[in-house]
Design a protein around this ligand. Structure first.
Ligand code: AMP
Length: 383
């Protein structure tokens, strides 16, 4: 196999930035491609800024790369396919295609034996048949381009359902049962080019207004049964797609059951804690996988918590004075609802983790969510 020294990343946001940073110690050079000239990864690695259908510049971009990956799943499929005719794209465009669309995503999961909430395609000509399938209350979501709770509306009656459909109907829609979850969790797995699979500990996630605020890893009080199910699901997904790289499955936990909500065929926000909190970060393992190297250990280093910095920053010097707090700023201008950084704390016990988390929340009140009482974001899904 040709040695991979240069990786092209489609997308130049914070995920691209952290991938680029992880490449340096491995001697892997990354370059980013993003239509946005001010994309924040451009501060740490070369950035080529052009539309995703600028074939001439894409040709130039791909020329000296041995592998292409992507840091967000809304890269146009055509672009990924075009690049894949020239150089390996990992994960494959097939993964992108499946997980760009909530309907093909849910069908794939169901057909792979991975439990999902009840779901149905919304036929605009007869929308109520979707409501009949999923029941009420439910969530109406756009099939594509939804993220961080955008493009979704909760409906608690037939009337609200029809209203939601009218509001969103410019795009193809899916309806899902509103899951009365106990908590949200995610599992990240990685598969190498040789087929080796490694899985990170289960993570507990807290969202507000559809945006991830806090991750705890390993997830507190996860039973062996739940952990085994998560591991089985992610392994099944990685193997059935001959997948190479990191994948994240976001799930609802209801009792001891897990229901998959969403798959991200890329490095994921709920894996940022791995930079300091695991033997090998998700970013390094993604690069190891796509470049054909052996995977690094996914074992946790103690107990971690990751707090997203959204819209505004805490006093930086005070954060840095907290023992075992690690600050990551993405070089982005603060704007309401925008992810501009994160803080990871690493502790030797769950109790110490909670104490340190309190210190972070004192400096950054918007980050405060109550880990012991999972936030139900059901009221927050929004259009
Ligand atoms: P998503 O964009 O699908 O990741 O949804 C964002 C957030 O909305 C999730 O993290 C959940 O908190 C909530 N949510 C989405 N779908 C459902 C559902 N079917 N039942 C309950 N909550 C949901």
């Amino acid at each position: 196999m040709e040695r991979v020294e240069q990786v092209g990343v489609l997308g130049g946001g914070q995920l691209g930035r952290m991938l680029a940073l992880a490449g340096y110690p491995l001697g892997i050079r990354t370059a980013l491609y993003d239509p946005e000239p001010a994309a924040c990864a451009g501060q740490v690695a070369p950035l080529l800024s052009a539309p995703y259908d600028h074939w001439h510049l894409l040709q130039q971009f791909v020329q000296d790369k041995q592998c292409i990956t992507y840091e967000f799943e809304n890269v146009p499929l055509r672009t990924a396919q075009w690049l894949a005719e020239r150089v390996p794209v990992r994960p494959t465009p097939r993964a992108l295609e499946l997980f760009q669309d909530r309907l093909s995503e849910k069908r794939f999961l169901r057909d792979s034996g991975i439990p999902v909430p009840r779901f149905a395609e919304v036929d605009i000509a007869k929308p109520l048949s979707a409501l009949e399938s999923v029941g009420c209350p439910c969530v109406v979501k756009t099939r594509r381009f939804g993220y961080d709770g955008k493009g979704q509306v909760v409906a608690r009656s037939e009337e609200q359902f029809l209203q939601a459909v009218r509001l969103l109907q410019a795009q193809p829609l899916i309806a899902e049962e509103l899951v009365p979850f106990d908590r949200e969790v995610s599992v990240l797995g990685v598969r190498s080019l040789d087929g080796e699979v490694a899985i990170y500990p289960l993570v507990e996630n807290h969202h507000r207004e559809g945006i991830l605020r806090l991750s705890l890893a390993p997830a507190p009080n996860a039973s062996e049964q739940v952990i085994a199910a998560a591991q089985e699901y992610v392994t099944r997904l990685l193997q059935s797609l001959d997948y190479v790289g990191i994948v994240a499955i976001e799930m609802f936990q209801v009792g001891e059951q897990l229901l998959a909500n969403e798959v991200a065929p890329r490095v994921h926000n709920s894996g940022h804690w791995t930079i300091e909190g695991a033997e090998t970060s998700q970013f390094e393992n993604h690069l190891r996988a796509i470049c054909g190297f052996a995977l690094g250990s996914t074992a946790p280093r103690g107990f971690s918590a990751m707090v997203n910095l959204i819209g505004e920053l805490p006093p930086v010097e005070k954060v840095l004075a907290i023992p075992n707090a690690h600050l990551h700023l993405y070089g982005k201008q603060p704007r309401p609802g925008r992810k501009i950084g994160h803080i990871t704390i690493r502790a030797d016990s769950p109790g110490q983790r909670n104490n340190l988390l309190e210190e972070v929340f004192a400096l950054y009140p918007p980050g405060r969510v109550c880990p012991s009482r999972p936030h139900s974001s059901q009221e927050h899904a929004q259009g």
